[in-house]
Write a protein that binds this ligand. Structure first.
Ligand SMILES: [Zn+2]
Ligand SMILES: [Zn+2]
Length: 114
């Protein structure tokens, strides 16, 4: 069995949130609970482009210094460009405090806390 291969909710596994460079992971329970709610509302699988990021990886991808990815409170979800506004509205309804659309990169950043 692989480390972090652990089903957290119906549709999300801990390994989906791992840092890609070192496989470490921090995840706020509320992030995944709200993600599951959002996934249920959305009705389609949600692909996590980026979950937890260690300091090094955050720097490598040009993340902001105080990125909530570093504390397990943010995720980037792959969403086709044309669906961004709809997804953003649904994310806010599902309890995320912020949803930022990155049109050119086909993902939406969502986070809890501030
Ligand atoms: Zn890392
Ligand atoms: Zn992000």
């Amino acid at each position: 069995m692989r480390l972090n291969d652990f089903q957290l909710t119906e549709n999300f596994n801990l390994k989906e949130f791992e840092c890609p460079c070192c496989h470490t992971v921090l995840l706020h329970p509320l992030l995944v609970l709200k993600l599951q709610k959002l996934r249920d509302e959305w009705g389609l699988p949600l692909i996590i482009n980026s979950g937890y990021r260690c300091e090094v990886h955050n720097r490598d991808v040009g993340g902001v210094v105080r990125s909530l990815h570093k504390v397990g409170q943010a995720a980037d979800v792959r969403v086709p460009n044309s669906e961004h506004e709809k997804f953003r509205a649904l994310a806010l309804e599902s309890g995320f405090t912020k949803a930022l659309c990155y049109g050119s990169k086909n993902f939406v950043h969502i986070q809890i806390g501030d």
